[in-house]
Design a protein around this ligand. Structure first.
Ligand code: SF4
Length: 446
């Protein structure tokens, strides 16, 4: 049995071309972080930006097992620097796990530090409370609940539907806790709006626009669960489309508009583009055909894998291939009992999917799987995928991108270790620094 420290240092040594910051970040995302009380926030009353629970729980334990972290929220993200590995500034989304070997607390001098198995490995910076979180909507709702920002303030995350109509074991994606997360927040009496009224979203955005004087917020993502019948009398494309239309009418071009939705028919996608949305994420989740059918049974049943992929290419003709960025959940292809048994097989399959899209100019991206305990895959795999899988994925992702002459995808800020703000995987930390101008990021479509 090797210690976690030995595992991490062993991989840093074996993969010297992958930034050590990315190795650590992947391990933190799949494992979670324990917090001393002294490292928790004072929720919206303090100086540190709290974790907003912007869509999924992204915790490795249920709320009721988080101890004080369920009462005083942990920070939304942390910025790690220094330590024995001389880390460049690394932004990591917070996934809470009281049993994690990674812990954040205060050192003797009072400064926050991260330790691994008791040894200090990094200095910790916390996101300051943004001014716009200190203001409420006229109806008393908070900006944090209505329009939270992540990625160190770069991205406004608009989960306008906090439930998914894929319901139960035969439909829900097997790694996803969106419905469970909604239930646990409601049970705890937290404000957690199922369907966000358009007017609330516009009001929250107006507050952000007014108080984000440094213009740190550069993009918004419009998303939520899948709609298989109707919400507010509207089918999925119309439901999300009404927000896109309202936002772009009220704040034309103020932020880069992105939509994460199912792979929709071309005419619906065209409407999003016409409203002013510039980046579309029809997430394909996992590449392998057999695993897609098992892991995403609702998507397979209602749309089907082949049709999903075909619609990704249709969307590329509307937005331009560079602006269609389908996500996959890195690691679920190794989840027991159905996943690949070896890292080699899992990487070979994932690489096939990357080649399929990148050879046509479409740049997928990935989030690192968080094995949430209320999900079927999380229950069976509390430790997630092997860390080596995640590191080899970073390697093959960068190689494939370079092989096809592509640049880092737009809408994620600047790439490179020490620069990246994308906090739920380290793909941006691993790519070469490349300044993506706003003009290029919003593009002109096809
Ligand atoms: S489609 Fe799948 S991943 Fe998306 S919210 Fe529904 S269950 Fe979750």
């Amino acid at each position: 049995m090797t210690t976690r420290t030995e595992q991490v240092e062993g991989l840093i040594a074996r993969f010297p071309h992958i930034p050590r910051e990315a190795v650590l970040k992947e391990d933190l995302l799949r494992t979670g972080i324990a917090f001393d009380d002294s490292a928790l926030t004072d929720n919206l009353e303090g100086e540190v930006k709290p974790k907003s629970y912007f869509i999924f729980s992204f915790d490795q334990k249920p709320l009721k097992e988080l101890g004080n972290a369920a009462v005083r929220r942990p920070p939304e993200e942390v910025a790690l620097t220094g330590g024995p590995w001389e880390l460049r500034r690394t932004i990591v989304s917070v996934r809470t796990n009281p049993d994690s070997p990674y812990r954040i607390g205060r050192g003797e001098a009072g400064a926050l530090q991260m330790s691994l198995e008791g040894r200090v490995i990094a200095d910790v910076g916390l996101p300051p409370m943004p001014e716009y979180y200190r203001h409420q909507l006229a109806n008393g709702k908070t900006v944090m609940e209505t329009a939270p920002t992540i990625q160190w303030g770069y991205l406004i995350y608009l989960t306008v539907l906090r439930l998914c109509q894929y319901f139960g074991a035969k439909e829900e994606c097997q790694y996803c806790d969106i419905n469970h997360n909604w239930r646990q927040h409601k049970q705890e009496g937290r404000p957690y709006t199922g369907v966000k009224p358009v007017e609330d979203v516009l009001e929250a955005l107006a507050i952000i626009d007014r108080y984000d004087t440094a213009r740190a917020s550069q993009a918004y993502t419009l998303t939520g669960g899948s709609v298989t019948s109707k919400v507010d009398g509207l089918a999925e494309a119309d439901f999300y489309g009404r927000y896109a239309q309202a936002i772009e009418e009220r704040f034309p071009g103020r932020w880069i508009g992105k939509v994460v939705a199912q792979a929709l028919p071309r005419e619906d996608v065209q409407r999003y583009f016409d409203y002013g949305i510039r980046i579309y994420h029809p997430n394909y989740e996992v590449w392998d055909k057999r695993l897609f059918e098992i892991i995403c049974p609702g998507k397979e049943r209602y749309v089907g894998r082949e049709e999903w992929h075909r619609r990704i290419f249709d969307a590329a003709e509307v937005f331009g291939p560079r602006y269609v960025i389908p996500n996959f959940v890195a690691g679920v292809e190794m989840a027991r009992p159905f996943g690949f048994g070896t890292v080699e097989e899992a990487i070979a399959s994932t690489a096939e999917g990357l080649n399929h899209f990148m050879s046509r100019g479409i740049t997928p991206r990935f989030t690192t799987w968080c094995p949430e305990p209320s999900t079927p895959l999380g229950k069976d795999n509390p430790n997630g995928a092997p860390l080596e899988y995640h590191i080899r994925l970073l390697e093959v992702y960068r190689e494939t991108l370079e092989k096809h002459g592509l640049k880092p995808p737009p809408g994620y800020g600047v790439a490179g270790a020490g620069n990246a703000v994308f906090s739920v995987s380290s793909f941006m930390d691993t790519l070469s620094p490349e300044v993506v101008t706003e003009e290029e990021a919003v593009g002109a479509g096809a």
